[in-house]
Write a protein that binds this ligand. Structure first.
Ligand code: ADP
Length: 493
């Protein structure tokens, strides 16, 4: 496949898709859609407006109220969503190309998202659409009560740019499977795949107006969605700072409930009883640097027993050196640019700040390419736990190494940030593994006794902790999050 030629032939179509058709935004101001590999402009996009959101929410409300989706049998909804999953696989190359060009994800990794991850997740919700069961109880002879899940209504969804196709699916799939209608605002850096998904949803048989996508800026479209009184639930993935603004917007409008998945600073904890440091090094590099470190659950802190630190660090540095930033449109590229000039500048200034604060860069890669938003991986050793590079999410290819001596120190370091998204612990001592699984405050903890296959951890329901957010999205419990539970009592003979 000649991806470069295919990229040159894309006809950009970035407008609100509301009620089953594209319509021009009502906004008169535009911004540039820039490809981060070369920093050239692909097209201009309307900044979007509160009026765009008003039109979309009205369409979603009308569709919810007419019952064409909300009152369809849940297994019929599930079957349509299964069809959509098949269509995503069929159009995987096109979707992957959009994500690659708009946010710089290496093409093979984008293809993995569109061919495997997005359809897999979509099918998991489609498959359990009819499994959300209530309870019933006999109160006295002749009387009874039961409860039942009902869709909430119009769901607002705001997504980031790091996994454009997958993030869109994670938001709309459980919301739709539960019978809601949706207004989705994708990130302004990568909105095309969400729009294409909404077109495919129509093709799959999802009625017009059930899934609406409104591109634009956070400050215009995003805020308008968050303050809209006609939105019954808002689901967000992005930075902790924006998540907190959305909480305020909810409080100041209709008090809509939120699902928030925000930042992380997850630890990779390695004890000295592991038997295969090569596999630990591989997993460390993969977790810290895949997608150029732009993953909320990236394990960006390597906490390692001081007895094996030098050996492990040497292996990690050697593997990381192989990650040379390259053109994301080449099939062999494993490390692309950051998603935008702003993101590149933010990450570079975090690195500069850490160097100024005295962190020791054991790897501070040089860039061979000219132009583009490339930042090579950086590894800091001898960091102080209070440095902002250790405390704050960088959302770029930066790994901090912190040695520990005892289990208690490892736990204290693991919990020593405001975040609580994920953690991995390497030990062959099962008792210790269980103690750490309990003690670490994170939505998901993986205990690895050896270097076997990576477990599919993201498939189990979990909930972020601390500043990483709240609310369950994955699995059957995710459907419950997008539903409201009503009790009905039968009194009388
Ligand atoms: P990042 O800085 O990594 O882009 P953000 O949290 O700013 O992360 O962005 C995640 C999503 O939130 C994007 O779709 C963005 O447009 C949206 N967003 C940003 N600011 C706001 C805001 N004030 N209100 C609503 N949405 C916002």
């Amino acid at each position: 496949m000649n991806w470069r030629e295919a990229a040159n032939n894309i006809r950009w179509q970035i407008q609100p898709l509301i009620d089953g058709r594209y319509r021009p935004s009502t906004a008169s101001e535009f911004f540039d859609n820039v490809t981060p590999a070369t920093e050239t402009t692909l097209c201009r996009i309307a900044k979007g407006s509160a009026e765009d959101i008003e039109i979309a929410v009205r369409a979603a409300r009308r569709r919810f109220d007419d019952g064409c989706w909300s009152q369809m049998g849940p297994s019929a909804r599930g079957a349509i969503l299964m069809r959509l999953a098949d269509l995503i696989v069929e159009h995987r190359m096109e979707l992957a190309l959009l994500d690659c060009v708009e946010m710089g994800k290496p093409i093979q990794s984008a293809l993995h998202d569109t061919e495997h991850l997005a359809p897999f997740l979509l099918r998991s919700w489609a498959g359990c659409a009819d499994q959300l069961l209530g309870e019933s109880v006999a109160l006295t002879p002749g009387t009874m009560a039961f409860n039942t899940y009902e869709p909430r209504g119009v769901v607002g969804a705001i997504t980031p740019w790091n996994f454009p196709t997958v993030n869109a699916v994670i938001k709309f799939a459980p919301a739709l499977a539960a019978g809601n209608t949706v207004v989705l605002k994708p990130s302004e850096l990568a909105s095309s795949s969400a729009l294409r998904l909404a077109e495919l949803a129509l093709e799959a048989g999802i009625p017009e107006g059930v899934l609406n996508v409104v591109p634009g800026l956070g400050a215009t479209v995003g805020t308008a969605l968050a303050v809209h009184r006609g939105v019954d639930l808002l689901s967000f993935t992005g930075s902790t700072a924006t998540g907190r603004k959305l909480l305020e917007f909810s409080g100041k409008s209709n008090g809509k409930p939120l699902l928030l998945e925000c930042g992380g600073k997850s630890p990779q904890v390695v004890f000295d009883d592991v038997d295969n440091l090569d596999r630990v090094a591989e997993a460390t590099v993969r977790s810290a640097f895949s997608n150029q470190g732009q993953v909320c659950s990236a394990h960006t802190r390597l906490l390692v027993h001081h007895g094996i630190k030098d050996l492990l660090l040497e292996k990690v540095v050697r593997l990381t050196r192989e990650l040379q930033p390259r053109d994301p449109l080449e099939d062999t590229t494993t490390f692309g640019p950051l998603a935008s000039p702003l993101q590149r500048d933010r990450v570079k200034s975090c690195i500069e700040e850490a160097l100024d604060a005295g962190a020791n860069a054991v790897l501070h890669g040089s860039i061979q390419l000219t132009g583009g938003c490339f930042v090579a991986p950086t590894i800091f050793d001898r960091v102080d736990a209070r440095m902002s590079v250790v405390q704050e999410e960088v959302f770029g290819p930066v790994l901090c190494v912190q040695p520990f001596g005892t289990e208690e120190e490892a736990i204290a370091l693991a919990n020593d940030t405001q975040y609580g998204l994920a953690a991995t612990v390497w030990t062959r001592d099962m008792g210790r593994g269980k103690r750490l699984a309990r003690a670490i405050k994170a939505g998901g903890v993986v205990i690895r006794t050896s270097g076997g296959e990576e477990p599919p951890g993201h498939m189990l329901s979990h909930e972020p902790q601390k500043a990483s957010g709240f609310g369950v999205e994955i699995g059957l419990r995710g459907l419950a999050s997008y539903s409201t539970l009503k009790s009905v009592s039968w009194i009388g003979a």
